[in-house]
Design a binder for this molecule. Structure first.
Ligand code: SME
Length: 137
């Protein structure tokens, strides 16, 4: 079993745990920088399949976080002009960057079917989690 495979399995487990434990997390997945390209590539996720498997830096909430290096909490996606819709059921989104050796190498992305669901605790949990995840990358 290759180390890469092992890492992907762990990330998938993280997605499943979050999906199971928090009722208003309705799509949970990872995006990572795609090699040397200025784009994100979809990694392990739990939820409905998405068309957005590649996202250029700057595009959508995910692409903006790739550039800003900051957590982006969107209480209501309909208020955002630079947003990529994956599902008509999605009402809110949170994206938290993942840093390795000080570089923004990816992110966790969570969609919710509930408006304004994300608490400060969710944000803190996800920022802690991204820090933990970066240790296995
Ligand atoms: N909504 C995201 C695209 C990814 S899907 O939510 C899985 C965005 O605007 O970047």
């Amino acid at each position: 079993e290759s180390p890469k495979h092992n890492t992907e399995e762990k990330l998938e487990k993280v997605c499943h745990l979050l999906d199971q434990e928090i009722s208003y997390f309705n799509w949970t997945g990872f995006y990572f920088k795609n090699g040397d390209k200025e784009e994100l590539k979809l990694g392990p996720y739990v939820g409905a399949p998405t068309d957005h498997t590649i996202i250029p830096y700057g595009k959508g909430i995910c692409g903006q976080v790739a550039v800003s290096n900051e957590t982006f909490v969107v209480p209501d996606v309909h208020e955002e002009s630079n947003y990529l819709s994956c599902s008509i059921d999605t009402k809110a989104e949170i994206v938290v960057p993942i840093f390795k050796d000080g570089k923004n190498i990816g992110q966790i992305d969570i969609d919710s079917h509930t408006i304004n669901p994300f608490t400060d605790e969710d944000r803190e949990l996800l920022e802690w989690l991204c820090n933990e995840v970066s240790k296995i990358l």
